[in-house]
Design a protein around this ligand. Structure first.
Ligand code: AP5
Length: 206
């Protein structure tokens, strides 16, 4: 299976991808995480990427597309989380022959609350929410015991910009895959457990 998880910032793409990875050992690739790894290396390229990300803008298409394609080149099955995010990116991966697209549909008001309460571990691999998915020990990652921090783009100004970008550039991707008849909508305003159950039902992975 080659799966895309699409949705607004904070709709729960990373959470669903992580759940599928944990239960079925499916290879999961988050475009945002890949980019954050490059930023953490503090290279010239990383510094350039950081400027786009911290403002909530998209990193240029060609760069992200090449990076993602390279990562999945040798994989038969995978989940793409947060990619493609523009129609140009979607067209550029036509050769990957994506089998299904899950669209996590959730009202903006709800995702703003999710983003403001999100915390990630310092290693950047695990995500929590102060109210909906708290760690066992306050401020500490359950899995790798690193400190929990807030992403720079989870502050109000960057969140507003991310939504603008989402409406103008990413929403057309939903229609792109709807026309290809491989997109299925999930009501992502439900609890993480219910969202995950709905995704598994669509994928017949119960
Ligand atoms: P990225 O890291 O992908 O950010 P995003 O798309 O804005 O998505 P998020 O990671 O914010 O949210 P999510 O949908 O994964 O939700 P999560 O599961 O964490 O990208 C960051 C930046 O990188 C972009 O702005 C851009 O600059 C760049 N970039 C990335 N991809 C790119 C591309 N293809 N092209 C160009 N640039 C690109 O959940 C959010 C919170 O809610 C968490 O706290 C979670 O615990 C909680 N939660 C999850 N599900 C539920 C639920 N059902 N109920 C209650 N709480 C929930």
């Amino acid at each position: 299976m080659k799966l895309i998880v699409l949705g607004a910032p904070g709709s729960g793409k990373g959470t669903v991808a992580e759940q599928l990875h944990q239960e079925f050992k499916l290879f999961s690739l988050s475009a945002g995480e890949l980019l954050r790894e490059e930023v953490a290396k503090n290279t010239t390229l990383g510094k350039e990427i950081k400027k786009y990300m911290e403002k909530g803008n998209l990193v240029p298409d060609t760069f992200v597309t090449e990076m993602v394609k390279l990562e999945v080149k040798t994989k038969k099955e995978y989940i793409l989380d947060g990619f493609p995010r523009s129609v140009e990116q979607a067209k550029a991966i036509a050769d990957l022959k994506i089998t299904k697209v899950i669209y996590l549909d959730v009202p903006e008001k709800i995702v703003i609350e999710r983003l403001s309460g999100r915390r990630i571990c310092k290693a950047g691999k695990h995500t929590y929410h102060l109210k909906y998915l708290p760690p066992k020990k306050k401020g500490i990652c359950d899995k790798d015991k690193t400190r929990l921090i807030q992403r720079k783009d989870d502050y109000p100004k960057a969140i507003r910009e991310r939504f603008k970008v989402y409406h103008h550039i990413t929403q057309p991707v939903i229609h792109f895959y709807q026309r290809k008849k491989i997109l299925q909508r999930v009501d992502a305003s439900q609890s993480p457990e219910k969202v995950y159950a709905a995704v598994k039902k669509i994928l017949r992975m119960k």
